[in-house]
Design a protein around this ligand. Structure first.
Ligand code: GDG
Length: 479
């Protein structure tokens, strides 16, 4: 933060980029959260003395700005009731399923909506307080779609960008939302709205034309007051070089060998890594694998499946039900097909450090990513970045944003169990030359398009939408 107390660049996201920890002496402290968004935005924040506004998690009421890991952070507080209504309710039980093809039934509750408005206003007011004159504010994700318009009303001098990390649904589904018009108008407060894919940007522009009645041309919306809003695709990525470096380290190599040994050195290891979320298609993928075993294509000496499922949103009913379903399925498959000391599926309901994830990526022969719908899916890109040996197969859902870029994966329809089975089998049987040909092409894509390039591109195009306005944000490409 500058001496005036404000900043020229403000990131607004539901969560702060740090997690609460307990220091060895028992005092409370903070540790940067592992996400790719943090590593992408950290350099640009540092180069611009930027600040990050977000919820620290939990329900304490402390709102004093603080510094952690050299970042200036401004916490937003929520009461237990607000967490239930805004976060678990409207964000994760209304918008999340609605935006993911309604793969679970979205719930519509008027009290949840009221909380969504209240919390969005709290974020917008805080951003309005800390942004310098003509600063750039970059708002993130589905929890905060009303912030752009609320902020613009408070601070018309600002340059405002918005990025949606999850899919934006077609009009036929979005239409269900009782507050559809308010959400569209909320987003239109931004100068530039970024989506993962161009199809999502087109869905948005079409809805604005139909529901709000503004004039549009290609990716631009023309507002009655003369302002324009651009909606375009900016596919997110990962710190590709960082992952490769990690995967190349001796510790990770050693750990990967240990993992293979612990699994009994089967010929092939299949791997899934996901937040335990019903959009990720975990159930169908485990079924497909189990059927291949049942059909006699391989046994537990030939192949095992490792599924890492990171605990997620455990207060939300749908997530509790999913956990029970997966527990039961894994138990049944292992009961039917496992041998003493050799289960067919190794199921880990836990979260691991990045180094451990890189070791799993190196140990796995076939990475299985089968979401029913996913904005991008970073796990697929992380696997590719870790395979500097040009080996390893990726089986990838057509309905993950990543499928647009990773065309050399074995692409599958996650609703088609037979199709998924034959792709898993093809990947299992592929020879070294085939694997290398595919992996090389995917690596070129992932290594050339990293998350730093994504952030630079968004901020550069945001500046271009309002060229005569605002200070420019200094780019921060890492060496
Ligand atoms: C949303 C969109 C979009 C998972 N388990 C562990 C762990 N992870 C890391 C992965 C990856 C991240 O979490 C998950 O990212 P995804 O992209 O796969 O999925 P979402 O969480 O649903 O993310 C998605 C993304 O936003 C970005 O825009 O791609 O479509 O849904 O980085 O590696 N990391 C560690 N331990 C774990 O146990 N350290």
């Amino acid at each position: 933060m500058s001496t005036s107390g404000g900043a020229d660049l403000v990131i607004v996201a539901n969560r702060l980029p740090v997690d609460r920890i307990e220091n060895p002496d028992g005092s409370p402290g903070w540790r940067p959260s592992p996400g790719g968004l943090v590593s992408a935005l950290e350099p640009v924040l540092r180069a611009n003395d930027g600040i990050w506004i977000g919820w620290p998690g939990g329900a304490d009421g402390d709102t004093a700005p603080f510094e952690a890991e050299g970042l200036d952070l401004v916490p937003i507080s929520m009461t237990p009731q607000e967490i239930e209504e805004f976060y678990e309710g409207f964000s994760n039980a209304t918008l999340w399923p609605l935006y993911h093809d309604v793969v679970a039934k979205p719930e519509f509750h008027r009290e949840w909506w009221d909380s969504y408005v209240t919390i969005n206003r709290r974020f917008a007011e805080r951003a309005a307080e800390v942004a310098n004159e003509a600063a750039t504010v970059w708002v993130h994700d589905y929890q905060l779609q009303l912030v752009p318009a609320m902020l613009r009303e408070l601070r018309p001098d600002l340059r405002i960008g918005f990025y949606l990390h999850i899919p934006f649904p077609p009009a036929e589904l979005f239409q269900q939302l009782p507050w559809r018009r308010q959400i569209l108008e909320g987003l239109l407060g931004a100068d530039l709205i970024g989506f993962q894919l161009s199809g999502a940007a087109q869905n948005f522009v079409r809805l604005v034309r139909q529901r709000v009645g503004h004039k549009t041309h290609r990716d631009v919306v023309y507002l009655p007051d003369g302002r324009t809003v651009r909606a375009a695709a900016f596919p997110i990525s990962i710190d590709s070089a960082g992952y490769e470096e990690l995967a190349r380290s001796e510790e990770v190599a050693r750990r990967a060998t240990e993992i293979r040994d612990a699994l009994g050195n089967p010929r092939k290891i299949f791997l899934g890594v996901d937040r335990l979320d019903y959009t990720k298609g975990i159930y169908a993928r485990l079924r497909a694998f189990a059927e291949l075993v049942a059909d006699g294509h391989f046994d537990v000496e030939d192949a095992v499946f490792v599924q890492v499922a990171t605990p997620s949103r455990e207060q939300v009913e749908q997530y509790r039900l999913l956990r029970d379903d997966i527990d039961r399925l894994v138990g049944r498959i292992n009961g039917d097909h496992g041998q003493i000391g050799r289960p067919a599926i190794h199921y880990l309901h836990a979260s691991y450090p990045r180094e451990e994830m890189a070791a799993y990526f190196r140990a796995a022969d076939i990475m299985v990513v089968t979401p029913l719908r996913d904005g991008m899916n970073l796990v697929a890109k992380e696997y590719v970045a870790c395979r500097f040996d040009n080996e390893g197969a990726l089986v990838l859902s057509e309905f993950a944003g990543a499928a647009d870029e990773l065309r050399q994966a074995w692409l599958i329809n996650p609703y088609d169990i037979n199709g998924m089975k034959s792709a898993l089998l093809d990947a299992y049987r592929a020879d070294g030359r085939e694997l290398t040909r595919r992996m090389k092409a995917m690596r070129k894509q992932v290594m050339e398009h990293d998350v730093a390039a994504w952030a630079d591109k968004f901020l550069t195009e945001l500046a271009a939408v309002r060229p005569s306005h605002g200070k420019s944000v200094r780019p921060a490409r890492r060496s």
